[in-house]
Design a protein around this ligand. Structure first.
Ligand code: GDP
Length: 454
């Protein structure tokens, strides 16, 4: 039987309310030692889903007023008996109360241990557990909806449907191979190949959505590039909604990279406003230019800025070259001024071109739409099944590779044994994805990224 654990479940900062969560077989008895209900009743006598008003005590006397919420196993977050003490959210008070809970016999909870117990007790599978951190970390509506949908089991259901159909196929193959004399339904290889192909399509579609999903949920490393004075800093300030970069009308003001996380429509951009890409004798500026180039090479999205009011220069053409084949939106800025720029070479080099006035804000909506098109996030459905972590993607890739091998084995007429081995490989990868068959090291790895108290 597992021991009883406790931790502060709310942030380690002063707040209106702070919650101490206690979970495990002795949760109610531990809570009884530190909490006295105003009506004198013991929490260990309480029904589940009941709240009690009272005081938290340590050896020296009362610490704080609190509400104790009682959950009875298995109807709790962890599936165990749970008491949540909602105290006043002062850090000192909370630490005193937690210390009293430890003195009463609970052990400190490890990172993610409550959710790990929920997983081990079958309250949620591994993808749902992972979605808890995504929910907590969500920084926008789409990200939050995608995390909630994963928490509701959208991905689990899709993967289970696949693994069950493969398990059925594997069972049929095994029976057919082992009991040829029995009256089994005929094993038709074309039907088997059809099933595998359908599963392959589903996995491929999930993998294809991964990058768009990451863009929506994690944000996109974005570089604003362009020669000096085209309006990069002004654009950054427009996106950030404030005066962040230094804007002057002298070329070369922005010498280094300014980082900012901003929202662009449904997207979260981790933005770097870089130095221009020009040749320069100034050693400090040269470092900035070199960093800008490196950043450009790694960026998931480039906003390449040009000045509508001036013809394209050699440096502009250099930037267009650097943007060829990259996820890039050309931003023709200062569109409030008379147009001197020939837009044809810009349109020829990059997939999306937007006319914008960073100073006045015109063209912002068009920029949102263009960035979404470049990143494949337009029409993104947060309710659809989504691979949310590298771990999930890796399992999915392995399952897909096994299915491809199985199909190859079927079409090239290799023995049924080979098909069975590949099918088993695909099933194992899918069961690892949902955590139905994941080894302890994988489970530990997943929960190690959690915070204490979750
Ligand atoms: P950077 O060197 O590329 O970062 O350029 P800045 O953002 O510092 O802008 C250079 C100059 O262009 C400043 O004087 C800005 O006020 C001006 N500027 C920037 N965007 C616009 C715009 O959309 N329209 C007009 N008319 N001026 C702009």
């Amino acid at each position: 039987m597992s021991h009883t654990i406790a931790a502060i479940a709310t942030p380690q900062a002063a707040g209106g309310i702070g919650v101490i969560r206690i979970s495990g077989p002795e949760a109610l008895q531990v809570a009884d030692q530190v909490f006295r209900a105003a009506d004198g009743r013991l929490l260990s006598q309480s029904k589940g889903y009941h709240a009690h008003f009272g005081r938290v005590f340590n050896m020296d006397g009362p610490i704080d007023e609190a509400i104790a919420l009682v959950f009875r196993a298995p109807h709790s977050y962890t599936g165990e008996d749970v008491v949540e003490l909602s105290c006043h959210g002062g850090l000192f008070l909370m630490q005193q109360a937690l210390r009293a809970v430890f003195c009463a016999g609970a052990s400190p909870a490890g990172a993610g241990e409550f959710t790990k117990r929920a997983f081990l007790n079958g309250k949620l599978d591994l993808t749902q557990a992972e979605s808890v951190m995504s929910l907590i970390g969500a920084q926008g509506g789409q990200a939050a909806r995608a995390a909630l949908s994963a928490h509701d089991g959208a991905l689990s259901r899709e993967i289970r449907r696949l693994s069950q159909s493969l398990i059925k196929a594997a069972a049929h193959m095994a029976a057919w191979a082992d009991y040829p004399e029995e009256e089994l339904p005929e094993l038709r290889l074309d039907a088997l190949a059809g099933d595998f192909d359908a599963a392959k399509q589903t996995l491929s579609a999930l993998l294809a959505r991964f990058d768009a999903g990451r863009a929506v949920t994690q944000g996109v490393d974005t570089v604003i590039a362009g020669r000096p004075n085209v309006g990069k800093s002004t654009l950054m300030n427009l996106l950030a909604g404030g005066e962040r970069s230094i804007v002057t009308s002298y070329a070369g003001t922005t010498r280094d990279i300014v980082e900012e996380t901003v929202r662009l429509g449904d997207l979260l951009l981790h933005l770097a406003d870089t130095a221009g890409l020009r040749e320069t004798e100034d050693p400090v500026e040269r470092i900035g230019v070199s960093r800008a180039r490196q950043r450009l090479e790694r960026a998931q999205l480039i906003l390449a800025v040009f000045d509508a009011n001036e013809p394209l220069t050699g440096e502009d053409f250099q930037l267009l070259d650097a943007c060829q084949g990259r996820p890039c939106v050309a931003v023709v800025n200062k569109s409030d001024l008379p147009q001197q720029l020939d837009v044809a070479p810009v349109r020829a080099a990059v997939p999306e071109t937007v006319f914008l006035s960073a100073a006045q804000g015109g063209g912002y909506e068009a920029l949102c739409a263009a960035a979404a098109r470049v990143l494949g996030t337009e029409g993104f459905d947060p309710a659809a099944p989504l691979l949310a972590t590298e771990r999930q993607r890796d399992c999915c890739r392995r399952a897909l590779a096994c299915l491809e091998e199985a199909l190859e084995a079927i079409t090239s007429g290799i023995t049924l044994d080979a098909v069975t081995v590949c099918t088993d490989g695909a099933i194992a990868a899918l069961l690892e994805l949902t955590g139905e068959k994941a080894n302890e090291a994988i489970v530990d790895e997943v929960f190690s990224s959690f915070c204490v108290g979750k």
